[in-house]
Design a binder for this molecule. Structure first.
Ligand SMILES: C[S@@+](CC[C@H](N)C(=O)[O-])C[C@H]1O[C@@H](n2cnc3c(N)ncnc32)[C@H](O)[C@@H]1O
Length: 235
């Protein structure tokens, strides 16, 4: 519908924290494809390529390595080497506002994902987002974040009035994530009902994978395909 010959809006794939295109499996000593290559190869295999690829990483070595890997696969992409908070402006400006786009956001920590990034991506009416949120960061730094406020003010504005910080750590974390999801809902997008839990080997709870879609069909699709066990659900 969005790709020629049926449509011209385009279908872009966007990563604001792309990494170098491969990652070392800790302990195993071998490399696997990073998310940009996984997405690129999957699209190629499906026979429906993205019309555009936009990759950003703050680390110039990462972006140079990714540029080479995409070129080796015969691909072409736009590369950016800056903070995600500014790259998002250039990328949203470059996107066709009538296209169907997909952004994968995979920061190391909450600090590098100010809410303004999600807000800006959501200005495009058909922007689906998959967001990988580091719960490990929130677990490890919860009390510091609550005291200093700066990181949470940027990640989830308004949290201080919405969350009772005198409760236990687990309850506070859940309340914070509920607040964040509420902010996303407030943008007119629909976070999927369930949130997928991604745990590292060893079973620690490290990440939540949150799918956000401006379109109810996107959310239905995610709810159908995500294999969520009860423990993995936040809400
Ligand atoms: C978790 S890794 C991404 C891994 C990638 N998704 C993969 O599958 O290989 C996060 C990346 O964000 C980059 N980064 C850190 N802070 C950033 C920021 N403020 N803006 C953009 N990129 C940033 C890091 O250099 C790192 O490559």
């Amino acid at each position: 519908m969005f790709l020629p010959p049926k449509g011209t809006g385009g279908a872009a794939y966007i990563e604001l924290f792309s990494g170098p295109g491969r990652s070392l499996v800790e302990g195993a000593g071998y490399f696997i494809d990073g998310s940009p290559l996984v997405a690129f190869k999957a699209a190629q295999l499906s026979g429906t390529k993205f019309s555009e690829l936009h990759f950003n990483d703050l680390d110039s070595e990462n972006i140079d390595a990714l540029r080479q890997r995409i070129a080796q696969l015969g691909g072409a992409a736009q590369f950016y080497n800056e903070a995600a908070s500014t790259a998002v402006d250039r990328i949203t400006y470059a996107l066709n506002p009538t296209g169907l786009h997909f952004a994968f956001l995979d920061p190391y920590n909450l600090e590098s994902l100010p809410f303004s990034i999600i807000q800006k991506l959501a200005t495009l009416s058909r922007m689906d987002m998959l967001i990988h949120v580091s719960i490990f960061d929130l677990q490890r730094n919860l009390r510091r974040y609550l005291n200093e406020r700066r990181v949470l003010d940027s990640f989830m504005p308004g949290w201080h009035d919405a969350v009772d910080v005198n409760r236990g750590d687990q309850a506070v974390r859940t309340a914070l994530l509920r607040h964040w999801l509420g902010l996303i809902k407030g943008l007119g997008t629909t976070p999927a009902d369930g949130i997928e839990l991604v745990s590292a080997t060893g079973g620690q709870r490290l990440y939540w994978l949150v799918f956000v879609s401006a379109h109810p069909l996107g959310r239905k699709l995610w709810n159908d395909i995500s294999n969520v066990n009860n423990q993995g659900r936040l809400l």
